[in-house]
Design a protein around this ligand. Structure first.
Ligand code: PEP
Ligand code: MG
Length: 313
């Protein structure tokens, strides 16, 4: 089976035997959303709302936020869109959520941790998302970034439901959340694995630092084992587990992720067709075999080779 992505794709995310895996896009602005729809994405698996406000000095009002979110949701009326609440801090500082200077910002008050102190900012954002969802007709879910524990997940889900939003989820991008995926699932309707940060925190390797980039490889055995824990928990709980980090854009790894129990993949719009075509070319049994072969491999290189059709890469 080809993994080159040159094969045709009919736009329906599924394996050759009909197992559904939605192929979604990551977006941060209305232009991205239109590009994603044109690229054939079946929805949005990650809307990075903080990208709307990287230049904002003050917190935008609820009406202003609602307009901004609606513009991103509109190309996906009738389709699933996962909106992520503000992921401020570390590499994405927002002026209106500025923190005290920290020695290690990636390990500090970022993502959902900001919302524990500034809960009214979260609640206003949830109101704006609920309004934009109703106006756009998109099937909106909301998720939080940087969740570490099931207790944090349940705190967030309660606020999402109070805002009248039907589906509440969290990102799994901290190893602690992956290790307790079953308990996290009990608190929410779905999870989405952020492999960029999950790799950074698993390997203690700054995702922005080229010198440690070989560690930040989703084929590394430690990362595959964490993904397997999340996939097993999703299967056990009967709830969806997406992947929205860069790992989802690799057509060969996409098969492994599906074999590990991942139920949707979200990526940069440019990769949508290649991933859709790669999944359509194999059965779910072949995905499961590729996943087991990759999981058994001792190195990232060996895992990729083991998952490659025909054996060695
Ligand atoms: C991730 O961490 O993998 C992710 C998708 O979120 P971001 O890249 O925005 O941190
Ligand atoms: Mg992240």
């Amino acid at each position: 089976s080809s993994v080159t992505g040159t094969a045709e794709w009919d736009g329906e995310g599924r394996t050759a035997d009909g197992h559904e895996v939605k192929v979604l896009a990551n977006v941060g602005a209305p232009g991205d959303a239109r590009a994603a729809a044109e690229a054939g994405a079946e929805g949005v698996g990650l809307f990075r709302t903080e990208f709307c406000y990287l230049d904002a000095d003050d917190e935008p009002g609820v009406g202003q936020q609602q307009d901004a979110y609606r513009a991103v949701l509109e190309p996906f009326a009738g389709k699933p869109v996962v909106v992520r609440t503000l992921d401020a801090g570390a590499d994405k500082p927002l002026a209106f959520l500025a923190q005290e200077p920290e020695p290690n910002p990636a390990l500090g008050v970022r993502g959902i941790r900001v919302a524990f102190d500034r809960t009214s900012v979260l609640d206003r954002q949830l109101d704006a998302i609920a309004g934009a969802a109703a106006e756009s007709g998109a099937e909106v879910s909301v998720m939080a970034p940087m969740v570490a524990t099931a207790e944090e997940a349940s705190w967030f889900a309660e606020r999402v439901r109070a805002a009248g939003i039907a589906r509440a989820g969290v990102m799994i991008e901290v190893p602690a959340a992956a290790m307790t995926a079953r308990e996290v699932f009990d608190a929410v309707d779905f999870v989405s694995v952020g492999t960029n940060d999950l790799a950074q925190y698993t390997f203690a390797a700054d995702r922005q630092l080229g010198a440690v980039a070989t560690l930040n490889d989703p084929w590394q055995p430690a990362l595959l084992r964490l993904l397997a824990l999340v996939g097993e928990a999703a299967t056990a709980k009967g709830k969806p587990a997406g992947v929205c980090g860069e790992a989802a854009a690799d057509p060969l790894l996409a098969r492994v992720l599906v074999g590990l129990g991942v139920t949707s993949l979200s990526m940069n719009p440019a990769s949508v067709r290649a991933v859709g075509a790669s999944l359509a070319a194999v059965t779910s049994a072949e995905c499961a075999a590729a996943a087991q072969a990759a999981l058994a491999a001792p190195t990232a290189r060996a895992a990729r080779a083991a998952a490659t059709p025909g054996g060695q890469a």
